[in-house]
Design a protein around this ligand. Structure first.
Ligand code: NAD
Ligand code: DAU
Length: 369
């Protein structure tokens, strides 16, 4: 059966990867991208799908009930996949209000419109899938077991709190009004099309530009790295096979300290310059262009306020119920990601925002190592 998926936040990092993934695997389905195109949204990430007529792009706000209701009715949507959000923790420290508006109030608007359209008996073919984060669970000590679906919510940043509030609304609309939802809480994604404010793409473009690699605090914070394609595969399994009303955690099985991630990136890029000498001409400011190591750019800076020490995800429920585990090792995923940024310089040059870089510099500054 052919379906229509409305994908909010489709021009962002994970949303764009999801649209490419879905179009390749389900060519008979229709994709409607619903995105406000904020600083983080980039229509260029969807260009191939737009050019091939595989996707319709609507520029609109998830907080605009009329626009969302019209999009739902015009396209007779079966499944809504909600990626749209303000997603960067550092920005939530600067401007928490934007996170409450989009992540909490925006999600509420989506739920209310869906409830009105689908009613209490939406039928088996309707689904609202909400994409959330492991950050809702707060932080772990070094020996704590990973977050499971029954771990209590304890968000620490305004971003995490806004995502937690949205998750609660999704569950409540399911229980109270019968909105047919599924929910996923995943760990740190990486891969193509990620905006260069998040750790991995930021470090790649900074190495290539010869700029410092800012390590917050001591760099020993741990994240569980999930390649975005593995995340898309997990969402596909949940959408197509999970029971309505269930939540799944999605992890990458790759717990690493931030400093380990940065050092692995440095080594990867140094090796690429050795095997491809033309990179030295394309990126003359990179240390490797002068035969120096990229790690010379590492700088320890002031820590992020409220910085969570460790995230780790227990993905056993997803594996047991739906047979999904991560395919990518971190090494393979990182190599693929570095290559993508080397091959797509025009994409990342176009999305860089100088004013935000200035704010980050003022916020964190540089500390002695
Ligand atoms: P992103 O910041 O790259 O993209 C967000 C997208 O949402 C952008 O295209 C933006 O234009 C759009 N958007 C923002 N406000 C909007 C609004 N009011 N109306 C319509 N569109 C709007 O984010 P991402 O990294 O792709 O994350 C996608 C989702 O996954 C988010 O909900 C995020 O909380 C969640 N998540 C992300 C990660 C990660 O590591 N990136 C991990 C766990 C969960
Ligand atoms: O865990 C899932 C979350 O992962 C998602 O919900 C968020 O949307 C996503 O942004 C990400 O949050 P993090 O805060 O973990 O990601 P970020 O890339 O900002 O930072 C990763 C780690 O690296 C974190 O411990 C902070 C640190 N860091 C980050 C930046 C940008 C640095 O040390 N230096 C940096 O310059």
């Amino acid at each position: 059966m052919s379906r229509t998926l409305l994908v909010t936040g489709a021009a962002g990092f994970i949303g764009a990867n999801f649209c490419h993934y879905w179009a390749a695997r389900h060519p008979g389905d229709r994709l409607v991208a619903y995105d406000l195109l904020t600083y983080a949204g980039n229509a260029a990430s969807l260009k191939a799908l737009l050019d091939r007529g595989q996707l319709t792009l609507l520029r609109a706000d998830i907080g605009d009930a009329e626009a969302f209701g019209r999009a739902m009715a015009d396209h007779d949507v079966h499944w809504v996949v909600n990626f749209a959000a303000e997603s960067h923790v550092d920005r939530s420290i600067r401007d928490p209000g934007a996170f409450v508006r989009t992540n909490v109030l925006g999600t509420h608007v989506l739920l209310d419109v869906v409830r009105g359209l689908w009613g209490a008996s939406p039928g088996a073919e309707r689904r609202f899938h909400h994409v959330s984060t492991d950050e809702v669970y707060g932080t772990l000590g070094p020996d704590d077991p990973p977050f499971s679906e029954s771990t209590a919510y304890a968000p620490n940043s305004p971003y995490a709190a806004s995502k937690a509030a949205a998750d609660h609304l999704v569950r409540a609309y399911g229980r109270t009004y019968g909105v047919p939802f599924t929910l996923s809480n995943c760990s740190n994604n990486y891969g193509p099309y990620q905006f260069p404010e998040k750790l991995i793409p930021l470090c790649i473009v900074n190495i290539l530009s010869g700029r410092p690699l800012p390590v917050y605090g001591d760099g020993r914070q741990v994240r569980d790295w999930l390649h975005v394609t593995d995340h898309c595969r997990a969402i596909e399994a949940i959408l197509t096979r999970a029971t309505t009303g269930t939540s799944y955690n999605v992890g990458g099985g790759a717990e690493l300290r931030n400093l380990e991630v940065i050092e692995a990136l440095c080594r990867r890029i140094d090796a690429a310059f050795l095997t491809t000498p033309s990179l030295g001409e394309r990126f003359p400011s990179a240390p490797a262009a002068r035969g120096e190591v990229s790690a010379s750019l590492i700088e320890f800076v002031r820590d992020r306020p409220g910085h969570d020490r460790r995230y780790a995800v227990d993905g056993r429920l997803l594996e047991r119920d739906l047979g999904v585990t991560a395919d990518y090792t971190f090494e393979r995923g990182l190599a693929q990601t570095v290559q993508w940024y080397l091959d797509n310089e025009p994409w990342w040059r176009a999305v860089m925002d100088g004013s935000y870089q200035d704010w980050i510099e003022r916020q964190y500054g540089t500390t002695a190592p």
